[in-house]
Design a protein around this ligand. Structure first.
Ligand code: NDP
Ligand code: 8X3
Length: 250
């Protein structure tokens, strides 16, 4: 059996790190990306340079992205799956109090970088009848206070996934939008600028989704028979559900 290769963005933490682990354990090669080079090097040390290739770059830097792609060693150059996972939420303030720089960083990371990675790899994904898995979120469907640009960026990811499927009709390339709810990773630490107490409070007693749950789901999607496509998959912890509409009265 030929060894398959996945490019996993946001591999230094959370869903990405757990998915690297799952795919390497399952026999795949992984190209692991993120800004924190030390964490990527730890993955290489743990699994070996024949299994994990580290590409440390800021995903908003289009030139660095292209250079990372051009510099792939031969054994990692044929990519079968792109996991567009790198992303973040910044801030919890309502739109009228939000920081514009944070909005721009979410758009640059969650949208612009994701479409750039996709555009870069599409030719070879088509050639290999590969797969694209995009990390969207339940915030793409359910608004909540302070979700503003984050949720909108994930709605883009969901719709981009659907539209990609339509354009890729007949190529054999599979596209999936994975839409998790509350999951405990570094997500809330990043969102709150490093507030560990806020992160702990959010997840306490809620039995949130784990990074491993998501990694197992992505592994399942990647290994379905080639005639099957999971278009969208929405997941929540049992402790989370939608809570309806609000009414303001004068
Ligand atoms: P983490 O914060 O644990 O991981 C985020 C990853 O994204 C890190 O590896 C980080 O790497 C990478 N990343 C962020 N910005 C950049 C950048 N500019 N350049 C390169 N890499 C970057 O969060 P999660 O694992 O939870 O999040 C993964 C994805 O899942 C995100 O898209 C998130 O929006 C989505 N999601 C998360 C949910 C949750 O509740 N946790 C629920 C639904 C969706 P580094 O900092 O090293 O660059
Ligand atoms: C991250 C989880 O609750 O903001 O996407 O939708 S949530």
């Amino acid at each position: 059996m030929t060894t398959k290769t996945a490019w996993i963005t946001g591999a230094t933490s959370g869903f990405g790190a757990a998915t690297v682990e799952r795919f390497v354990t399952g026999g795949w090669r992984v190209i692991a990306s993120g800004r924190r080079a030390d964490r990527l090097q730890r993955l290489v040390a743990q699994h070996g340079p024949g299994r994990v290739h580290a590409t440390a770059f800021d995903i908003r830097d289009a030139e660095a992205m292209r250079a990372a792609h051009a510099g792939l060693p031969a054994e990692f150059a044929g990519i079968d799956l792109l996991l567009n996972n790198a992303g973040l939420a910044l801030g919890t303030a309502p739109a009228q109090q939000a920081d514009l720089a944070q909005w721009r960083q979410m758009i640059d990371t969650n949208i612009t970088a994701l479409v750039s990675m996709t555009h870069l790899l599409l030719p070879q994904l088509i050639e290999r009848r590969g797969a694209i898995v995009n990390l969207s979120s339940i915030s793409s469907s359910y608004p909540y206070r302070g979700g503003n640009v984050y949720g909108a960026s994930k709605a883009f990811v969901t719709q981009f996934s659907t539209n990609l499927r339509t354009d890729l009709h007949g190529t054999g390339v599979r596209v999936t939008s994975v839409e998790p709810g509350m999951a405990e990773t570094e997500f809330t630490l990043v969102r709150t600028g490093g507030d560990q107490a806020a992160s702990d409070t959010l997840y306490a007693g809620a039995a949130p989704i784990t990074a491993r749950d998501i990694a197992e789901t992505i592994w399942w999607i990647a290994n379905l028979p080639p005639h099957l496509n999971v278009n969208r998959i929405e997941m929540m912890p049992v402790s989370q559900s939608a809570a309806g509409l609000q009414v303001h009265r004068d």
